[in-house]
Design a protein around this ligand. Structure first.
Ligand SMILES: NC(=O)c1ccc[n+]([C@@H]2O[C@H](COP(=O)([O-])OP(=O)(O)OC[C@H]3O[C@@H](n4cnc5c(N)ncnc54)[C@H](O)[C@@H]3O)[C@@H](O)[C@H]2O)c1
Length: 418
């Protein structure tokens, strides 16, 4: 079996971490038990490009128990947990191609290697597998039934492929399931982004000006967590409705140009590019901290920052200090890549439980129904979303009320009024 991981001697530590995460993944565990019995993925080859974390490890084992042959590569050069990659190879015989800190050439070579199994399904986080298949490996298209996509940025790329008529197989946008983005993007990114910033810097958030670019699902989650830690939150947005919501949620809203001289910490979560650029760096305070938690490392203009710097050095792991020509220092965290995965461990297992339950059930759905689907981006079937919500609630010991027949009737008709 071919694989490329840092060191197989790390496997035992990876196995223990997977067990720890599995304790907080009751929904995925019960899907795993069902998959082991029913084998809905028997004979199916799945290439996966996901953050190589402990939670992903448990998803890989679930797919394997369902009968699939899987290969895994990283969806970000900095997010891999090397011990987990080793555990999947050593104890589960899953070919993994991922090493934390790999350079760009290795990253893309690993994507090619994960595709070398000749997949029936692709499972993406950022659409790099789909785009590689469409640009460089079109011979693979004949076997592919469909794919799934984990994150907002990937869904945007795939919708763009579908609307320009380029997409050659159906995709299920796992990100768009309510049991995914309501929880993973909001509570997962909210907490783990702060975790990454704190692990990298150990700063005190209380009293700081904490600037967040993007008040979408991730930005909203991050804002509540930063506020809870005592920071003064400032929001930068381009969407008037989101900006209005931020004002009514109690935050100051302003342009990045206005926020630049005020902020102590800046975090981008927009899924866009060039959100913090040279004109902002030049106005920042001495010692400002800049991080990104959006999918790609293009939200902060890093080439621009490099060009403005008189000197730069690594002052702590994941903290690069740039001394600008105006004498002020700007600290860039985690090379501008997803800080929650670069400097921390990504989302807690408790929330990835639902995201990956969606991935597993959508893979089985594609095997069953994929051949009948068109070449477009589909939402997660509502039945899957609701089933996952019910399973999660059950696992948390929370029961909900059930509509009476009279209530069902009342909600469906229009005659009954005051
Ligand atoms: N760090 C993680 O683990 C993690 C988890 C989930 C999603 N993501 C990524 O985070 C990003 C945001 O995801 P989301 O689900 O919150 O998306 P979203 O669409 O809900 O929110 C993005 C927000 O950014 C705003 N925006 C766009 N351009 C902007 C600009 N130039 N300045 C200020 N605001 C701008 C949009 O108006 C929108 O409100 C995506 O790249 C997504 O893939 C990361």
């Amino acid at each position: 079996m071919k694989f490329d991981v840092k060191d197989l001697k790390l496997a035992e530590a990876g196995r223990r971490r997977m067990e720890w995460a599995a304790r907080s993944m009751p929904v995925l565990n019960s899907i795993q038990d069902k998959f082991a019995k029913d084998k809905p993925l028997r004979g199916v080859r799945i290439s996966c490009c996901l953050h190589v974390t402990t939670e992903t490890g448990n998803l890989m084992v679930t797919l394997q128990k369902g009968g699939a042959e899987v290969a895994l590569t990283a969806s970000n050069p900095l997010s891999t947990q090397d011990e987990l990659a080793a555990a999947l190879v050593k104890y589960h015989h899953i070919p993994v191609f991922a090493i934390k800190g790999e350079d760009n050439a290795t990253y893309y070579r690993h994507i090619d290697q994960a595709l070398s199994i000749g997949p029936h399904l692709t499972m993406d986080d950022g659409a790099d597998l789909v785009s590689t298949v469409h640009r460089k490996k079109r011979a693979l298209l004949k076997n592919i039934i469909g794919g799934t996509e984990e994150t907002t940025t990937g869904v945007i790329r795939l919708r763009s492929m579908a609307s320009s008529g380029v997409l050659q197989y159906p995709i299920i946008a796992v990100n768009d399931a309510k049991t995914k983005h309501f929880f993973d993007n909001r509570y997962g990114t909210g907490q783990s982004t702060l975790d990454g910033i704190l692990r990298a810097t150990n700063v005190l958030l209380a009293g700081m000006n904490f600037v967040i670019a993007g008040y979408g699902w991730c930005g909203r989650g991050l804002a509540t967590r930063a506020k809870g830690a005592g920071a003064q939150v400032i929001i930068c947005e381009i969407d008037p409705l989101k900006a209005l919501e931020a004002v009514m949620d109690g935050y100051r809203v302003m342009t990045m140009k206005e926020a630049a001289p005020l902020g102590d910490v800046f975090v981008t979560v927009t899924g866009n590019k060039d959100v913090i650029t040279r004109r902002h760096f030049s106005r920042m305070k001495d010692g400002a901290i800049v991080a990104n938690s959006g999918h790609f490392n293009v939200e902060i203009d890093i080439p621009g920052l490099k060009a403005m710097a008189r000197s730069r050095r690594i002052v702590r792991p994941f903290v690069e200090e740039f001394t600008l020509r105006n004498g002020r220092k700007v600290n860039l965290l985690g090379e501008g890549r997803l800080i929650n995965l670069a400097a921390a461990e990504g989302h807690p297992a408790m929330v990835m439980d639902m995201s990956f339950a969606n991935q597993a059930l959508c893979a089985a759905h594609l095997v069953k129904k994929g051949k009948k689907l068109e070449k477009k981006v589909y939402g997660v079937p509502q039945r899957i979303d609701e089933e996952i919500a019910k399973m999660k609630l059950r696992s948390m010991g929370a029961a909900i009320d059930i509509l009476t027949p009279q209530q069902k009737c009342y909600l469906a008709e229009w005659q009954e009024g005051t």
